[in-house]
Design a protein around this ligand. Structure first.
Ligand SMILES: *Cc1c(COP(=O)(O)O)cnc(C)c1O
Length: 404
């Protein structure tokens, strides 16, 4: 839809939004009308350089041609049918994903938080059926983010964050340990612990990658104790960090891994992959979803993943991520630049992240802020050195202005 076809102007559209939409988002003053590759366009055709990619979703570029074509094709064949019949895109996508990331089985959901619900449910059911009724405890990390529905929210170790305040009682059976601190995780485990659940890079928590020692230490500890290693790769999955999945950096495999964001290229889809043994916890009737595995979303995901792999966008994420981070360290008032691949955080000396974000927006660069000091950037993985240079020069001006 285009604004000019509605008979409304921008202010009128914004008023309608304020009148009718329950708004929990801090909005940019901007109508995103169309998008292509690295750019979003407003209703007047102004171009914005996209360094957030719909929160790490549009990894093969905005409105990727192959994804758009796959959606258009599938939408006129069959849009939805529920999971009683087999559908072709779902089965082919299942094979593509399982073979690509070397996991045995997949279950499709619609979003990241739903994928994590499935991961938590599968782990608990496996624990209770394998070891007994008390084996349901899960340890997650402080400052983690796993989603907004009750299970995922309960796994999220941020009791003081707005995403949890006011929602008690949250689900019992979770404890929170310090990220990148193996002994803290070991101490948090009890004889009832069935799972340790972490993000390979804490995104919302300020862009902190897990260290090699921490990740491999967790894997070894889990193996020793019969605990499942549950990885939330909703944000890190599908090439973002410079490998197809972030766990590949660590040379380990999870028992269950969740994914969403980039896998659909803009269509809502999520999934968990599990080992054969753990996947057996789910059997007929034990879990389900109306839309999960929807043929249009699966066709989009198949096209998206094929693009990511064929264009070697994991490699580009690695190379451009290194280049971008190097350039970012030359900026003023920067305390730390961190991340993996193109999941990048810039920590500033001063609490000016929101000002910098708005100043960037005024200069037509789209970035997001975490808290008051961190700028987070998750651009499409197709980006070039020129895109990096442009973003860095806008950030430089934005920081200089905000510091005054
Ligand atoms: C975004 C995100 C989620 C939640 O995904 P939704 O699709 O928004 O439900 C969960 N975990 C991580 C690590 C995320 O980045």
């Amino acid at each position: 839809m285009k604004l000019k076809d509605t008979g409304l102007n921008k202010e009128e559209l914004k008023e309608l939004s304020e009148k009718y939409i329950i708004d929990t988002y801090e909005r940019f003053d901007f109508i995103a009308e169309t998008a292509k590759d690295m750019e979003l366009f407003d209703e007047s055709g102004n171009s914005y350089l996209d360094f957030y990619a719909g929160i790490a979703v549009n990894s093969a570029g905005n409105c990727n041609e192959k994804v758009v074509a796959a959606v258009k094709d599938q939408v006129s064949d069959i849009m939805h049918t529920f999971n009683y019949p087999y559908t072709i895109p779902q089965v082919l996508l299942a094979r593509l994903i399982c073979e690509t990331i070397q996991m045995d089985k997949i279950f499709f959901q619609n979003t990241g938080t739903e994928a994590n619900e499935a991961m938590i449910k599968m782990a608990r059911k496996y624990g209770v059926e394998t070891y007994g009724a008390d084996k349901y405890h899960i340890v997650t990390a402080k400052k983690s983010f796993h989603g907004r529905t009750y299970g995922s929210l309960s796994a999220t170790g941020q009791p003081d964050n707005g995403c949890q305040i006011g929602y008690n009682p949250i689900l019992p059976g979770f404890s929170y340990a310090d990220f990148n601190d193996l002994s803290s995780f070991k101490e948090a485990c009890t004889e009832n612990t069935i799972g340790i659940m972490i993000e390979p890079v804490q995104g919302e928590g300020g862009v902190h990658p897990a260290t090699i020692e921490f990740m491999t230490g967790l894997r070894a500890f889990c193996d020793e104790k019969g605990i499942l290693l549950l990885l939330d790769e909703v944000q890190t999955g599908w090439c973002r960090t410079g490998e197809i999945m972030a766990f590949m950096h660590y040379n380990i495999k999870p028992d269950i891994v969740s994914m969403a964001k980039a896998m659909g290229g803009g269509m809502p889809i999520g999934a968990i992959c599990a080992t054969e043994q753990v996947a057996k916890a789910f059997s007929t009737g034990s879990h389900g979803t109306t839309y999960g595995g929807n043929p249009v979303c699966c066709a989009a995901s198949y096209a998206q993943i094929t693009e990511l792999l064929q264009r070697k966008l994991a490699e580009n994420a690695k190379n451009m991520g290194e280049y971008f981070k190097e350039q970012l360290t030359t900026l003023p008032n920067v305390k730390d630049v961190r991340g993996m691949g193109l999941l990048v955080g810039v920590e500033l000396d001063n609490a000016i992240a929101l000002d910098v974000k708005h100043a960037c927006f005024d200069k037509k660069l789209l970035v997001t802020a975490i808290g008051t000091k961190i700028i987070r950037m998750v651009p499409p993985l197709i980006l070039t050195k020129e895109d990096c240079d442009k973003a860095v020069s806008i950030l430089r001006e934005a920081i200089e202005e905000s510091i005054k």
